[in-house]
Design a protein around this ligand. Sequence first.
Ligand code: PMP
Length: 412
Amino acid sequence: MPAPTDTTPYDVDAVRADFPILSREVYGRPLVYLDNAATTQKPRCVVEAMVNEYYSVNANVHRGVHFLSQQATELHEQARERVRAFIGARSAAEIVFTRGTTESLNLVATSLGETLLHEGDEVILTVMEHHSDIVPWQMLRERKGIVIKVVPMDDSGALRLDAYERLFTPRTRLVCAAHVSNVLGTVNPVRHMADVAHAHGALFLADGAQSVPHFRVDVGELGCDFLTFSGHKVYGPTGIGVLYGREDLLDRMPPYQGGGEMIAHVTFEKTTYEGLPYKFEAGTPDYVASHALAVALDYVDRLGMDRIAAHERRLTRYAMERLGAIKGMKLYGTTDNKDAVVAFNVGDIHPLDLGTLLDRLGIAIRTGHHCAQPLMQRCGVEGMARASFALYNTRAEVDALAEGIERVRKMF
Ligand code: PMP
């Protein structure tokens, strides 16, 4: 991905006014919210869309002949179309609503695992995967005896592409890689990785949990067969996520869960399934959340993804400079193509102490293993502190973080 170059003025103060929570205080200090890789705050339009739908539309989707049910269904299906356009999928049938990235990954591991993967087949992951892209594959390994291989990285946090290519064998069926690491911020070269996978006859899944919120992601340009992401990390509500899958693949995959909504016809002898994408959406979907996610995507598009990306890249570069100048600072993830996440340790200060003391200054960061324990092992640490940025963060907040870290450092 080329670095975004959009330099049109970006009025971050106006943007912040759209997010009521950002004007609150914690411990009597202005909130500095730098935990956006965990979840983002919601603009007023997203919360209002949910309130309005519950107040004036609410009815279960797909099954009702009555007015409200049809209106709710329309909003839900328009949301699917909105997601399709946002990630450049060819058909709305390729957009499966899930609870989030974790469920999307479990769906693929379970359903694809059922059909495509057999004992001895190989799945390639990367050393920087989130646990949600490791554990489902290990569970499948328990069930079916698949083999998991891991792409290593260098000390800057870049994947070793030479080693990647050497991992392929005639048994390689699938590669799953984070598009952006939730710890290092590394933007992985997924187009290249997908091309290599395809050249070896393997499929490619990109975990877009940390890319879709930050820059334009187009599944056609990426060349991926699957893409996963979570609504709550892209200014939408919790409880809604997306699995994009190539239609011909989803078509061949069996249902993930059984129940209402996903069937065509049921008898005690035999059940036939609905077509795509409903085959994968058993039970009442979170139709209020899907609509609110579409509103969030509209909001992002109104601001302009390229302008958001440019703003966040500037902020990330500034944070790397400011934090890099602090005595005893160790920054993790120093590649050029780095996005919106800065992970670090300072001297011998335990990241939990650092996070707790910064919190008393009103600064919210995350500390610990960030659901990436194998990556922590690779870096030789038990945990890290992590600041992560969103479209509403400012240079002044980066300054507050740097000054806060200095204050804490002097206490030790
Ligand atoms: N993958 C990555 C790269 C992530 O950053 C996260 C969330 N931290 C997940 C997967 C899991 O997302 P969720 O908890 O929303 O399912």
